[in-house]
Design a protein around this ligand. Structure first.
Ligand code: FAD
Length: 353
């Protein structure tokens, strides 16, 4: 019996598992390794932060999905991969062999790298990733804010950071919310028109944007490259995620960002028994489900068709949203409604009996 090991309960693996519920492969042992029995649906986290959803509404339980797919779940965190021996070692020291491995562990915030450029981040910062830990800690911030207004600083410049800043403003109207966006502009490569639109929304919702770089975090203050110090009770480290450090020792070929370099079939270019998807790989959304189903059926691999660009939403205010798609950005109540509808549809897919 062949062993297919799925590492990480990311969105691509949920898609594969739910498809396998109706077409279970013969002679394949399917195992999912993930640290938590629940998947946090990242797109809904801002609504949770804003107080518009309970955390339970943003979670997908893995157990029924695994059961229907005929897969087993092992709790754990990958710590090392040996592609010569086809083995994966977990943080607790246990080792698992595989015939094929698929990796969908999402982006991580490398604490060591962040600490090197922002000393004090580890001790004083609240990291957004892993989302599971962030979601467990956020209620403590809101609880503290019941006794006094908080000074919150979100360190990051991408759409996720913007959305979290707006969500925090919504949840804590009496607190100061500042976005420390660095000097490279908002959300990296976005066209200037988008940036102006986002800045306007931030202004209207009393989120202060400081185009300054954080060079350190101390108790009650954030140190900026300009020499200024920002008084801050809760520094939220939302800076962009990176590929996990354990990949670098794996002998897999990685791209310049440290992510797994994939071929047109969604496989590692150096080790074709290893597949990957989403933020841990060099391809935004490879058709992992189709490629793995073909593999399990013994069919020839199909070239990956690049998927259409993803919709990015930035929720704000009372159920409004900004929608960013390709070169366009649009906003309003209808975009908020569309975001809600897509989220409900996504959750329904994994929660139906
Ligand atoms: C607040 C927020 C808003 C967002 N809004 C949008 C949006 O509007 N549009 C959009 O396209 N994208 C958005 N994103 C990004 C989007 O959600 C991510 O692209 C998506 O979650 C990536 O999914 P993934 O499959 O790569 O991994 P994830 O969904 O992050 O899942 C990773 C899984 O791997 C597990 N894992 C992690 N490390 C290990 C390990 N070492 N060993 C085993 N398992 C591990 C985790 O526990 C988790 O189960 C948003 C993200 C956030 C945080």
């Amino acid at each position: 019996m062949k062993k297919l090991l799925l590492l990480g309960a990311g969105q691509a693996h949920l898609d594969l598992l739910s498809t396998l519920a109706s077409q279970q492969p013969a002679d394949v042992q399917l195992t999912l390794i993930a640290p938590y029995p629940l998947h946090v649906y990242a797109g809904m986290v801002p609504r949770f932060v804003a107080g518009q959803h309970a955390l339970e509404n943003c979670l997908i339980s893995l157990e029924p999905i695994l059961k229907k797919a005929g897969a087993r779940w092992l709790t754990g965190n990958a710590a090392a991969l040996d592609v010569k021996e086809n083995t994966l070692r977990l943080a607790d020291g246990s080792t698992f062999g595989f015939d094929w491995l698929s990796i969908d562990t999402g982006a991580l915030q490398n604490r060591q790298q962040i600490e090197a450029v922002m000393p004090g981040a580890r001790e004083h910062g609240l990291f957004v990733r892993p989302l599971e830990a962030f979601c467990a800690l956020w209620p403590r911030v809101t609880e503290l804010a019941t006794s006094r207004p908080m000074r919150i600083a979100i360190i990051g410049n991408d759409l996720m950071s913007v959305e979290l800043a707006l969500a925090m403003r919504q949840r804590l109207p009496g607190s100061a919310v500042t976005l420390l966006a660095g000097t490279g502009g908002l959300a990296g490569a976005m066209v200037p028109g988008h940036e102006q639109r986002i800045l306007k929304i931030l202004r209207e919702h009393r989120v202060t944007v400081l185009p300054d770089r954080v060079v350190g975090i101390e108790a009650q203050q954030v140190l900026l490259a300009s020499g200024a110090r920002l008084a801050c009770d809760v520094p939220i480290v939302a800076s962009a995620g990176s590929a996990p450090a354990w990949l670098s020792g794996s002998a897999l070929t990685l791209d310049v960002h440290g992510q797994i370099a994939l071929d047109v079939f969604g496989r590692s270019i150096s080790h074709p028994k290893v597949f990957a998807a989403n933020e841990v790989s060099s391809r935004a959304k490879p058709a992992l489900t189709k490629n793995l189903l073909a593999l399990l059926a013994g069919s020839p691999a199909r070239r990956h068709q690049s998927a259409p660009d993803h919709l990015h939403f930035v929720a704000y205010g009372q159920r409004r949203a900004l929608l960013v798609w390709r070169g366009l950005s649009m906003q309003g109540r209808w975009a908020g409604w569309l975001k809600d509808w897509l989220e409900r549809r996504y959750l329904r897919r994994y929660r139906r009996d």
